[in-house]
Design a protein around this ligand. Structure first.
Ligand code: CA
Length: 229
């Protein structure tokens, strides 16, 4: 089973996560400081990362994980009142975040989802999946809901393609602007929201699930993990 590294200086949180993960069969390592985390980072496949540690910021670990060629996936353990940290973490390349206080079971479910996505990117461990409810084909710029083509505008197509490139991952509005419009465009959040609204309506009209594109309040949007709904 994959090794999960918990980087968290509050023993009660660290212990409850370790207990839940071990019960689910994961191998677990724990670190309460940046120094301890660095020493074992290379052996981890996924890191649960608190941002405020006694000897510095968890962002340092996130940067190191992203710089490594086959670095671990990272899920941020964030405090409710630090939304800007959460956005910054996602923009730095964190795979997901959970907000304290959280249930260890929720965290275990997120760990499984992130590892599944990481596995999906690695052909050696790809598992067969059922036909996804929605597909985009970038070369032909065609999108379909359960095999039925839907007509999208350029922006709607690019938004959908971006979200579906990493199901389950949250994209901030700034990231979506960057990918869909590119640099230098003055696009407001409301503009994005209205394109997403139109996209959802078209998916719904084609017999798809409008909930496929989830709003993550205060952050942005994500495509739900399709195989599990
Ligand atoms: Ca802390």
């Amino acid at each position: 089973m994959p090794r999960i590294l918990i980087v968290e200086d509050e023993p009660a949180i660290s212990e409850s996560l370790a207990y839940a993960l071990k019960r689910d069969g994961f191998e677990v390592s724990q670190a309460g400081t940046l120094i301890a985390a660095r020493a074992i980072l290379a052996s981890a496949e996924l890191v649960l990362l608190d941002l405020m540690l006694p000897d510095g910021s968890g962002f340092d670990i996130l940067h190191e994980a992203r710089r490594a060629a086959r670095g671990p996936a990272v899920i941020i353990l964030s405090s409710r009142d630090h939304e800007s940290d959460r956005v910054a973490a996602l923009e730095t390349g964190a795979d997901d975040y959970v907000t304290k206080p959280f249930s260890p079971r929720e965290v275990v479910a997120r760990v499984r989802a992130v590892l599944r996505r990481a596995g999906a990117r690695d052909p050696s461990v790809r598992e067969p999946t059922s036909e996804p409810p929605i597909t985009v084909d970038e070369p032909t710029r065609r999108a379909a809901v359960r095999g039925r083509a839907i007509e999208l505008t350029r922006v709607e197509f690019d938004l959908l393609a971006c979200l579906l490139s990493a199901p389950g991952r949250v994209f901030t509005r700034a990231q979506l602007i960057d990918r869909v419009w590119g640099d230098g465009f003055a696009i407001t959040d409301r503009t994005i929201d209205s394109h997403v609204k139109a996209l959802r309506r078209k998916v719904l009209e084609a017999g798809g699930d409008a909930g496929l594109i989830e709003t993550v309040r205060g952050v942005g949007y994500r495509a739900s993990d399709q195989p599990d709904g």
